[in-house]
Design a protein around this ligand. Structure first.
Ligand code: BJW
Ligand code: ZN
Length: 248
C-alpha cells in the first residue's frame, strides 16, 4: 500500500503517538468481532449478553458465552497487526496503545504501554463487591461465589451501562488530547466513551488516521482512512516509515 507523504512526514517527526484499537485488530487471529459477520454466538448478539441485566437474569448463559470466548482466546496468537504495533511503539518517545479489546493479545505480542478500557477477559471479580477473584472457574461445579460477600463471580470486563475503570479512561483522555498523531484501528467507533477519543485528539490538533475495512462514524472527521485489513496495512506502514526515515 502507498502512504501519503503527509502521514509519513508527520510520523517521522512525531514525539507522541496514540493508537486506539478494537475487535478488528484481532480478527486475523480468529477472534470474532462484535458487530460484523460471525459476531453471533448461538442466536445471541454480543450486545444482549454484555450487560449486567443479562447476567442477573441468566448468569449461567452469560458465563457459558465467556467460557467459550476464553477457550477460543487461549488458543489464538497475536497477528501481524499486533506485532506491527509493538514495532511502532519503539519508534516514539511517548506512545500509548489504548485498547477496547479484552483478549490480552497486545500484551502477548509484547506491547508495553497498554491501557485496557474494557477490562480483561482472563480476570474475574465479584459481581457484588468487586473483589478480585483468582481461583479457577469451572462451570461444571457451578459459578463460584465471593469469599467476602458471597456474591457471584463474573468476568472483569466492562459491560454496557457500567463505568469504565477511572484511571484508565482518564489516562486515555489525557494522552489522546496530548498526542500529535492518533490512530483508530479496527473499531466501529460506536461505543462511548472510547468513540470520543479520536475526536478529542482531533480537537487538540492531532492528525487522525483510521485503519478499517469499512467506514465508520469517524471516517469523515479523520484526516485519512487507510482502507483495508489492519494485519496488512500496519506491517506495510512500518516498512514505508523505515524507508522514509532512511531517505531523510
Ligand atoms: C477491521 C478488520 C480488519 C474488521 N482490519 N478493521 C453517549 C451516547 C450514546 C450512548 C452512550 C453514550 N455514553 C455512554 C453510552 C452508553 C454505551 C454506548 O456507547 N452505547 C452505544 C453503543 C449506543 N456505553 C457504555 O455503556 C459504556 N459505559 C459508560 O459510558 O458508562 C457511563 C454511562 C453509563 C450509563 C449511561 C451513560 C453513561 C460502557 C461500554 C462497554 C462496552 N463493552 C463491550 C463488552 C466488553 C466485554 C466483552 O468483551 O465481552 O466492549 S461491548 C463491545 O463493543 C466491546 C468492544 O470493546 C466494544 C467496541 O467494539 P469494537 O471493538 O468497535 O468492535 P466492532 O465489532 O463493533 O467493530 C469492529 C470494527 O473492525 C468494524 O468497524 C470492522 O469494519 C472493523 N474490522 N475486521 C481492520 N481485519
Ligand atoms: Zn464480593
Amino acid at each position: 500500500m502507498e502512504f501519503s507523504n503527509r502521514l509519513l512526514k508527520r510520523l517521522s517527526v512525531a514525539y507522541n503517538v496514540v493508537v486506539l484499537t478494537g475487535a478488528g485488530v484481532s480478527a486475523a487471529s480468529g477472534v470474532p468481532t462484535f458487530r460484523g459477520e460471525g459476531g453471533l454466538w448461538k442466536k445471541f448478539r454480543p450486545q444482549e449478553l454484555a450487560n449486567f441485566e443479562a447476567f442477573s437474569r441468566n448468569p449461567e448463559l452469560v458465563w457459558e458465552w465467556y467460557d467459550w470466548r476464553r477457550k477460543l482466546i487461549k488458543n489464538v496468537r497475536p497477528n501481524l497487526a499486533h506485532y506491527a504495533l509493538v514495532d511502532l511503539e519503539k519508534r516514539f518517545h511517548d506512545f500509548f496503545l489504548i485498547t477496547q479489546n479484552v483478549d490480552n493479545l497486545h500484551q502477548k505480542a509484547g506491547s508495553q504501554k497498554v491501557i485496557e478500557l474494557h477490562g480483561n477477559i482472563m480476570r474475574n471479580k465479584c459481581a457484588n463487591c468487586g473483589e478480585p477473584y483468582t481461583g479457577e472457574i469451572s462451570l461444571k461445579g457451578g459459578i463460584p461465589s465471593c469469599k467476602k460477600c458471597n456474591g457471584l463471580i463474573r468476568p472483569d470486563v466492562v459491560w454496557f451501562g457500567e463505568m469504565l475503570p477511572k484511571h484508565e479512561i482518564l489516562k486515555a483522555q489525557e494522552v489522546s488530547m496530548g498526542c500529535e498523531v492518533f490512530f483508530s484501528i479496527g473499531t466501529s467507533s460506536l461505543v462511548e466513551p472510547a468513540a470520543s477519543l479520536p475526536f478529542m485528539a482531533k480537537g487538540n490538533g492531532a492528525y487522525v488516521v483510521e485503519i478499517n475495512t469499512d467506514t465508520t462514524p469517524l471516517t469523515d472527521a479523520a484526516d485519512e482512512l487507510l482502507a483495508g485489513p489492519a494485519d496488512k496495512i500496519l506491517p506495510d506502514l512500518i516498512i514505508s516509515l523505515e524507508k522514509y526515515s532512511q531517505n531523510l
